[in-house]
Design a protein around this ligand. Structure first.
Ligand code: ZN
Ligand code: ZN
Length: 571
C-alpha cells in the first residue's frame, strides 16, 4: 500500500510551499489531501483503478493527477522540482518538533545550519536566541525537540512502554463509542524493546475516540489527527498510533499489525498456495476477491488451515510448521504462577516490610513468596549478617502467620569472586530458598567468570541461579560467560535458572531462556521486587517465558507449595 508514502509526499509539498510563501489555499489543499490518504482504509491504487480518486473527500483534480503519477513512477515531477528549488537540509531541520518551515529557513539563511547536529550546537552556543522572533525559550524548546526526536527514533525498553500503553488502552476502552480495542505490534509480542505503540479500535463513531487519544494526559505532541488514524508522541518519547478499522477487518488488522514481518510473510505464502490472499482487511479468494475471513484472528488463521498462534511466538521460528501439525506448546500464563521466589525488603535494600510484601503477594493470589534479601558482603545495600539471619527468619514467620500466606525464608546470596557463597554452610542449611547471584567483580575473563558461577551452583545449598548473565537492559552488557556451560551445570546439579522479571533485567532473555528450556533445565520466574508494587513485574517475566516457548511444567514456581517444598527438600 502506498497510501502512507503519498500522504508524506503531500505533506512535504505543503511544507515546501509554506517556506516559499505560496498561497495558503494551495498549501491547505495538499494538507487536506495528505489527511484524506492517511484516513483511507482501502488501498489508494484500487480506488485509482476504478477511476474514483476524485470521489475521495479532500482529493481534487490536481492531487488526483499526482497520485496517478506516483502510482506509475514512484514520485511526482512537481515534488522533485520543489525539492530541488530549496536549499538541502531545510526539510531535515523541519523534522525537529519545534522547528516549522519559516524557522528552518531563518536558521539556514542567517546561520547556515543544515543538519540537526549543527542546530544543536548553535542552540547550545546561544546563537539562535539572537535571531529575530527567537529567544532563550525557543532555544530550550528546540533542544528539547531534538532530544525527543532522537529518543523517538530509538527503541525503548518494554518496562518504560507497557504501563503507558495499558493506561492508553484503558482510556480508550472508557470511550462508550469504542467496541473493540487492542494493542498490536512488538508490544503485543512482548519484545524486550519497543519501537512504537500500535493500537487498533473498532467504532461506529471514531471522532470521540480520536479526541480522547490525542488529549490523553501523557501526550507530548500530536503528529496527526485524522478520522480513522491519529499519531502522537508520549512524554516518555515514544510514538503511539491508533487506527480505527471496520469490525469485519478487526482480526485481520490485528494479525497484520502484530507481526512479526517474517511470520506474516510465511503466513501469506501459505495463503497463496491455497488460492487466497491475506492483508490487513481480511482473507480473500484471489479469483473473485470474495472475503472469507477477517473478523477475528482465529478466523484468519483458520482460513489457511491453522489454529490461532499466540503473538509472543510469531517470529517464524518454526511456529507455523508446528501449528500445522497441531504441535504448538501450551505456553505458560500469569495465572499459572503460585508464588514469587526473589524479592527484597527493608532488611536489605528493599523499601517495604516483610509483612507488606506478604500482603501484596497474597493479594496477587499467590500461595507463597520467598524473602531473599542480600547477603552480608553487600554492605552498601545493607546485606543481612549471619547474626541477623535468625531475627530475620522470625520476622518472616510472624508475617506468614499474620497474613496467612507461606513466607519462605531465603537469601539472595552473593557469589564471591572465588565462587564460594557469602554465608557459611550452616547458615545456608537453615534457609528454605537459596538464590545465588553475582553482584561484584563483574569484569572477569570469560572462563574465570564461568568457573566462578559453576562452582557456586555446585554448592549443595544453592537452589536457584539469580539473573544468570547480569545484563541491565540498555545500561550494562552481560558479563562474559559461557551460557552453555551454565546450563550443563544446571542440569548436573539440579539448580534452577532464573528468568528475572524485573524490566531492567529480563535475564535470562527470550533466546537464552528458550535454549535452557530446550535443554531441559529447570526454570523459575521471579520479580526481584524491591517494593510491593514491583511484584507486578511478573507480567514481564511471563512475556519473556512465552517468547521462549516455555510451558508451566518448565517453571518451578508454578508448583503448589507442597510440591515446591518437596523439590527444595530433595536437593
Ligand atoms: Zn537488591
Ligand atoms: Zn541480584
Amino acid at each position: 500500500m502506498q497510501n502512507r508514502a503519498i500522504a508524506a509526499m503531500f505533506n512535504d509539498i505543503a511544507d515546501m510551499l509554506e517556506i516559499k510563501g505560496e498561497s495558503p489555499f494551495r498549501i491547505t489543499a495538499y494538507r487536506r489531501a495528505a489527511r484524506a490518504l492517511e484516513g483511507l482504509t482501502e488501498d489508494v491504487a484500487a480506488i485509482a483503478a476504478r477511476g474514483e480518486l476524485e470521489e475521495i473527500p479532500g482529493i481534487g483534480k490536481g492531487t488526483a493527477e499526482k497520485i496517478q503519477e506516483f502510482l506509475r513512477t514512484g514520485t511526482s515531477k512537481y515534488y522533485e522540482e520543489l525539492r530541488a528549488s530549496l536549499p538541502p537540509g531545510i526539510t531535515t531541520l523541519m523534522s525537529v518538533p519545534e522547528v516549522g518551515p519559516r524557522t528552518a529557513m531563518l536558521l539556514y539563511e542567517r546561520l547556515g545550519i543544515k543538519t540537526i547536529d549543527e542546530l544543536e550546537q548553535a542552540c547550545k552556543a546561544g546563537k539562535v536566541r539572537k535571531l529575530p522572533r527567537m529567544g532563550e525559550r525557543t532555544e530550550e524548546n528546540i533542544l528539547k525537540g531534538i532530544a525527543l526526536l532522537r529518543r523517538t527514533k530509538e527503541r525503548l525498553p518494554i518496562g518504560q512502554v507497557l504501563p503507558h500503553a495499558q493506561e492508553l488502552v484503558a482510556a480508550l476502552r472508557g470511550v462508550k463509542e469504542v467496541n473493540q480495542v487492542s494493542v498490536a505490534g512488538s508490544l503485543r509480542r512482548m519484545k524486550e524493546s519497543i519501537g512504537d505503540i500500535d493500537i487498533l479500535v473498532t467504532s461506529a463513531n471514531p471522532e470521540p475516540v480520536m479526541e480522547v487519544f490525542t488529549t490523553f494526559g501523557r501526550v507530548k505532541q500530536v503528529l496527526a489527527k485524522g478520522s480513522t488514524r491519529s499519531s502522537v508522541v508520549l512524554d516518555v518519547g515514544i510514538q503511539a498510533d491508533v487506527r480505527v478499522v471496520e469490525p469485519e477487518s478487526f482480526g485481520a488488522a490485528l494479525q497484520y499489525f502484530t507481526g512479526s514481518k517474517d511470520h506474516n510473510v510465511k503466513l501469506r505464502e501459505k495463503a497463496v498456495k491455497k488460492g487466497l490472499k491475506i492483508n490487513e482487511y481480511g482473507v480473500f479468494h484471489v479469483q473473485d476477491d470474495r472475503r472469507i475471513a477477517g473478523r477475528t484472528e482465529e478466523e484468519v488463521y483458520a482460513a489457511v488451515g491453522l489454529p490461532w498462534i499466540p503473538p509472543e511466538i510469531r517470529e517464524d521460528q518454526g511456529e507455523i510448521e508446528l501449528a500445522e501439525r497441531a504441535g504448538l506448546p501450551k505456553l505458560i500464563e500469569l495465572g499459572d504462577m503460585h508464588g514469587d521466589l526473589q524479592m527484597h525488603t527493608r532488611w536489605s535494600d528493599g523499601s517495604d516490610s516483610v509483612e507488606a510484601m506478604a500482603k501484596a503477594a497474597k493479594a496477587l493470589g499467590y500461595e507463597y513468596l520467598a524473602i531473599t534479601d542480600h547477603s552480608q558482603s553487600l554492605k552498601f545495600v545493607g546485606g543481612v549478617t549471619v547474626d541477623e539471619l535468625r531475627e530475620h527468619a522470625r520476622a518472616a514467620k510472624k508475617a506468614s502467620d499474620k497474613v496467612g500466606i507461606a513466607v519462605l525464608m531465603g537469601t539472595e546470596c552473593d557469589i564471591l569472586p572465588d565462587g564460594r557463597l557469602d554465608y557459611p554452610d550452616d547458615a545456608l542449611r537453615d534457609l528454605d530458598v537459596v538464590v545465588c547471584s553475582v553482584h561484584s567483580r563483574l569484569r572477569m575473563p570469560r572462563q574465570e567468570m564461568t568457573a566462578r558461577i559453576v562452582k557456586a551452583m555446585e554448592n549443595r545449598h544453592t537452589d536457584i541461579l539469580g539473573h544468570p548473565t547480569g545484563r541491565l537492559l540498555g545500561q550494562r552488557e552481560a558479563y562474559e560467560i559461557d551460557l552453555e556451560q551454565l546450563i550443563d551445570a544446571a542440569l548436573r546439579t539440579g539448580t534452577a535458572l532464573e528468568i528475572n522479571a524485573s524490566p531492567q533485567r529480563l535475564d535470562l532473555n527470550d533466546v537464552q531462556a528458550k535454549t535452557a528450556k530446550e535443554r531441559g533445565a529447570q526454570l523459575v520466574i521471579s520479580t526481584d521486587a524491591h517494593n510491593r508494587y514491583q511484584l507486578k513485574y511478573m507480567e514481564f517475566g511471563i512475556g519473556i517465558a512465552r517468547r521462549a516457548w516455555i510451558e508451566a511444567t518448565n517453571v518451578l514456581n508454578t508448583l503448589p507449595l507442597v510440591q515446591l517444598q518437596a523439590w527444595l527438600h530433595e536437593r
